[in-house]
Design a protein around this ligand. Structure first.
Ligand SMILES: [Zn+2]
Ligand SMILES: [Zn+2]
Length: 285
C-alpha cells in the first residue's frame, strides 16, 4: 500500500472528527446540526477502525484478499478488532451494540424515514464521542491535542455531562413516584412513564394499548397483526372473513397461543364438516 493511502485513513478520520465536534459544539436544539455531527463522527469512527486494522496488516482493511477493491464493512471490522488473533481489542458487547446502533442511525439519517428527536441523536453522539476519544488515545496512540483542541474538548465534554445530568434528573423524577416504568423505544433509557404514555427523558410519546387477548398493556407498535391466519374469501368482488372470534392483533406473548387456537377451531370445524358429509352420504344411500 502506498504511503499516501496510509496517511489518508488517519488524517481523514481526524478531519471528520473535528468537523463533527464543530457541529456538536453549536449547542442548539436544531436537529439538522446533530444529524451532521452524527454523520461525521460515525465516518471518523469507521476510518479509525480501518486505520487500526491496517496497523495489524494492510490486508485486513479489505473485505477479502480476493477483493482488494472493496474495504471491510463496519460489522466485520468490529469482529476483526475483537478477534484475539487480529486486533485483540477489548470492545464490550454493550459498546459493540452502541457502535452498531450508531451505524444504523447513520443509514437512517441519510434516508427519508428519519424521525428521531434531537435529544436522541445528541445522546448517540455523546456515546460515540466518548468512545472515539478512548479509541484515538489507546488504540491509535494519539494525544488529545492531535484530534481536538482543548476548548472544543471541554465544551463537548460539558454537553455530554449535561446529558448525563438531565438523565439523572429524569430518574430522580421517577424514583419519587409510584409509577410503572418501561424502557423507552426512542432513547433506550428506563424512563418511559406508562400512565403518561410519554418518556420523561427524551419526551417521546407512544400510545399504550391493551392486548385484546390477554389484556396486558403494550406499546401499540409492539402488537402483532395475525389476520393472515383468518380465512379470507373473495366472492363476486366482496371480501368476507372468518376470524374465528379473534381480534386482528395481539401482543407478542399471545401470538403462538392465538394462532394455535385458530388452527384448533379450523380443524374441529373441518372434522365436523366431514362428519356431516358422511352422515348425509349414508342417509342418502
Ligand atoms: Zn425516551
Ligand atoms: Zn396478550
Amino acid at each position: 500500500m502506498s504511503k499516501t493511502h496510509r496517511l489518508d485513513l488517519l488524517n481523514n478520520s481526524i478531519s471528520y472528527f473535528k468537523e463533527a465536534v464543530s457541529y456538536a459544539q453549536q449547542d442548539t436544539a436544531e436537529t439538522n446540526q446533530w444529524k451532521f455531527a452524527i454523520l461525521h463522527v460515525v465516518q471518523a469512527m469507521e476510518l479509525a477502525f480501518k486505520e487500526r486494522l491496517r496497523r495489524v496488516h494492510p490486508v485486513f482493511i479489505y473485505e477479502s484478499v480476493d477483493k482488494p477493491d472493496k474495504t471491510v464493512s463496519l460489522r466485520a471490522a468490529i469482529t476483526r478488532l475483537r478477534n484475539p488473533m487480529i486486533g485483540n481489542l477489548t470492545i464490550s458487547d454493550a459498546d459493540k451494540t452502541k457502535i452498531e446502533k450508531a451505524f444504523d442511525l447513520r443509514s437512517e439519517l441519510t434516508h427519508f424515514e428519519f424521525n428521531h428527536s434531537h435529544e436522541h441523536i445528541e445522546l448517540k453522539f455523546a456515546e460515540i464521542f466518548s468512545f472515539m476519544i478512548f479509541f484515538y488515545r489507546s488504540q491509535l496512540d494519539l494525544q488529545t491535542a492531535d484530534f481536538i483542541d482543548e476548548g472544543q474538548h471541554n465544551s463537548v465534554i460539558q454537553l455530554v455531562k449535561t446529558r448525563q445530568e438531565l438523565l439523572e434528573r429524569a430518574k430522580e423524577h421517577i424514583a419519587g413516584r409510584d409509577e410503572i416504568i418501561w424502557i423507552c423505544p426512542e432513547c433506550s433509557e428506563n424512563t418511559f412513564i406508562v400512565s403518561e404514555q410519554q418518556c420523561c427523558f427524551c419526551h417521546r410519546k407512544e400510545e399504550i394499548v391493551d392486548c385484546p387477548t390477554c389484556g396486558t398493556e403494550n406499546f401499540e407498535h409492539d402488537l402483532i397483526d395475525i389476520s393472515d391466519a383468518f380465512d379470507w374469501a373473495v366472492d363476486e368482488g366482496r371480501v368476507s372473513v372468518q376470524n374465528f372470534g379473534m381480534e386482528e392483533v395481539c401482543c407478542p406473548d399471545c401470538v403462538a397461543e392465538t394462532r394455535g387456537k385458530i388452527e384448533d377451531i379450523r380443524r374441529s370445524q373441518y372434522d365436523e364438516d366431514m362428519a356431516m358429509e358422511e352422515y348425509y352420504y349414508r342417509k342418502g344411500k
